[in-house]
Design a protein around this ligand. Structure first.
Ligand SMILES: [Fe+2]
Length: 318
């Protein structure tokens, strides 16, 4: 079974990586830059340098990603920098990471999308450190490790949004990642929604498109905060002008009728057998995927000692 994931994949030449790293390093060292206060400046520095050094074919792939409805993009061999120990308690000193923050926000800018944070999650900060936090042990969270994350989409308890809307009010359209370290070699798995829907009978598809479900916020949201309330009378599959969109998190989705419950069970069983693509991110890799059309998961893993534990940097963008 081959996955229908349409992935744009490019790898920078070592020479390009080095020139890009040198230019960005020079530009960010003159002053302290922090992601939440200085996002626009970091994006400007990163986007300028990327536009200057990336090959035309790669820049074209980045520019076209969202308009050509690709599922995901992987850009490898970007500059790295000297990295501190993995901040396994959640947050570290962001000003030490200005080079990779400039790259991350620069790429988001070139992709033509807007990074955003919400105040009821991740302390309201733009960059989420995806790390094995000992305090999240046993939970299905981006700070967990020992529990498997079943197939899901992020923040499915929000309505879907369209281009031009305030992104904070809606399901994040895209998840973007920069990989700092992944010595455990834990893959991020992506699956195209089409591969699941195509395996469903018509009745199940219809039931999943009926407003018969309640979807609660994931555990990473601050309980009780405005914006982190359950979404009632919602469908799991919604038709839009661009095609079907999916919201799903097994742990937080409840069916309101027996028929909806049967469809939910069929959906969950189908996800367990659909084809997917495993991306094992390495230091210097950037990945983006469409959270409206891609389901993702991560299997349980045993983290390295905190100094070298798996560390991805995630930012929502719409
Ligand atoms: Fe997730």
């Amino acid at each position: 079974m081959t996955s229908s994931i349409r992935l744009t994949h490019h790898r920078l030449e070592d020479g390009t990586r080095d020139l890009l790293g040198k230019e960005i390093t020079e530009r960010v060292t003159a002053a302290e830059l922090e992601p939440d206060a200085d996002e626009a400046i970091l994006a400007r520095i990163g986007a300028q340098a990327l536009s200057r050094y990336l090959a035309g074919e790669i820049l074209h792939g980045i520019h076209m990603f969202s308009v050509t409805a690709r599922h995901a993009l992987l850009l490898q061999n970007l500059p790295t920098q000297r990295f501190p120990a993995t901040p396994v308690n959640g947050f570290g000193t962001e000003t030490e990471l200005a080079v990779i923050n400039a790259l991350h926000f620069g790429l988001v800018q070139l992709l033509g999308i807007t990074p955003f944070a919400v105040n009821y999650e991740n302390d309201g900060r733009l960059i989420r450190n995806v790390i094995p936090n000992p305090a999240a042990s046993g939970t299905a969270s981006s700070w967990g490790a020992d529990s498997e994350f079943f197939w899901h989409t992020d923040n499915p308890h929000l309505p879907f949004g369209d281009a031009g809307a305030n992104p904070r009010l809606y399901v994040p359209r895209y998840l973007t990642f920069y990989a700092v370290r992944n010595e455990e070699r834990v893959p991020t798995e992506l699956a195209a929604m089409e591969d699941a829907v195509g395996r469903l009978d018509e009745l199940t598809q219809r039931r999943l498109q009926s407003p018969s479900y309640e979807v609660s916020p994931p555990a990473s949201n601050d309980a009780g905060a405005a914006g982190a309330c359950p979404l009632s009378d919602t469908a799991l599959l919604e038709q839009s002008s661009e095609g079907l969109r999916v919201r799903y998190d097994r742990g937080t989705t409840r069916a309101r009728t027996a028929e909806a419950g049967a469809a939910l069970q069929t959906w969950s069983d189908t996800l367990a057998t659909m084809p997917s693509k495993e991306l094992c991110l390495e230091p210097g890799d950037f990945m983006i995927f469409d959270n409206y059309r891609v389901l993702h998961r991560r299997k349980a893993f045993r983290p390295m000692p905190p100094q070298n534990a798996r560390w991805l940097r995630r930012c929502y963008a719409s």
